[in-house]
Write a protein that binds this ligand. Structure first.
Ligand code: AMP
Ligand code: MN
Ligand code: MN
Ligand code: MN
Length: 284
């Protein structure tokens, strides 16, 4: 295959913090011209068999996917896994362990919000949760929009859910090494998600890429809904510098929120190895 492929290898369903079912996402992706798709729910692979079957039903190629939350130098980094065996036990166990702290964290977030006068946020957020093991900041954001505290989810994150704000609770996620290892030992490839979103210094970012490679990581998202056009070029250079394959994905969550639509991003820049070339044997 080649870089000119409408691959969308990053999006979320109701199994994590998206609002559509795996089936509705598959149809939407296919309708938008996606040729190769992956559903990458946060810390979850519970939607993988449904997504693969739905992709097959509309004649779209599929790679298994997930997006693992990792703590690296006190920041949350997301590692996308692609093309793994969806029935791998060690991967399932690792993800279950990663999801484990979310319930307690959510109650603490709710306590923080109560202190600034927002009552019942835990129960309110729960109404938006599709998977009881995966309550996320996104569900709180939807509740705060529904209850009129903010106009849209971006505003909720800015005012309430990011570091230093009343609903923010620091959390320790998986280690970089564990996340990369779970994915690769299950036959998949690990990809650094939306690198421009992190607030690392140049040295810290270098450490992230260097350690990721050392643990067996093989790809980086270059074209993502989280990057500007200038950032496509920056991370295309980073991919070449570190010898990483390049990925492309919208990070679509919901038709009602200001996220990039499935299958609508520019193609990968030239002179990169597309991750789908390296994963050719894992495509269903
Ligand atoms: P969590 O895993 O509970 O920390 O939630 C992280 C999720 O929150 C991300 O995957 C995004 O879907 C969402 N998110 C993070 N920052 C923002 C933002 N500024 N605006 C909207 N959604 C965001
Ligand atoms: Mn999300
Ligand atoms: Mn992410
Ligand atoms: Mn995502």
């Amino acid at each position: 295959m080649n870089p000119i492929l409408n691959a969308d290898l990053h999006c979320h369903s109701i199994v994590s913090d998206g609002t559509l079912t795996p089936e509705a996402l598959a149809e939407r992706a296919h309708g938008n011209g996606v040729e190769l798709w992956s559903l990458t729910d946060h810390d979850e692979i519970g939607g993988q068999h449904r997504a693969a079957a739905a992709a097959k039903a509309c004649g779209m190629r599929y790679l298994t996917g997930t997006e693992i939350s990792v703590t690296f130098i006190d920041q949350t980094v997301h590692i996308v896994g692609l093309g793994f065996d969806p029935d791998d036990q060690a991967l399932a166990d690792g993800l279950r362990q990663t999801r484990g702290g979310r319930g307690q964290r959510a109650m603490e977030m709710s306590d923080g919000l109560a202190k600034v006068g927002i009552k019942g946020a835990y129960e309110g957020a729960l109404k938006f949760v599709g998977n009881p093991e995966l309550i996320s900041r996104t569900h709180f954001a939807r509740f705060l929009v529904e209850s009129g505290v903010c106009r849209e989810t971006n505003e909720v994150f800015r005012k309430y859910l990011t570091e230093g704000k009343p609903g923010f609770v620091p959390h320790r996620w998986a280690s970089l090494k564990d996340a990369v290892t779970w994915i690769t030992q299950a036959g998949g490839m690990a990809v650094i998600a939306h690198p421009a979103r992190y607030k690392f210094t140049a040295n810290q970012e270098f450490a992230l890429f260097t350690e990721f490679k050392a643990h067996g990581g093989q790809g980086v998202e270059v074209v993502t809904g989280s990057h500007t056009v200038a950032e496509y070029s920056i991370y295309a250079d980073t991919a070449r510098e570190f010898g990483l394959a390049a990925s492309r994905g919208s990070d679509f969550h919901s038709p009602d929120e200001s996220h990039t639509e499935l299958g609508t991003l520019p193609f990968l820049p030239a002179n990169l190895t597309p991750i789908w070339d390296v994963l050719a044997s894992r495509i269903q």
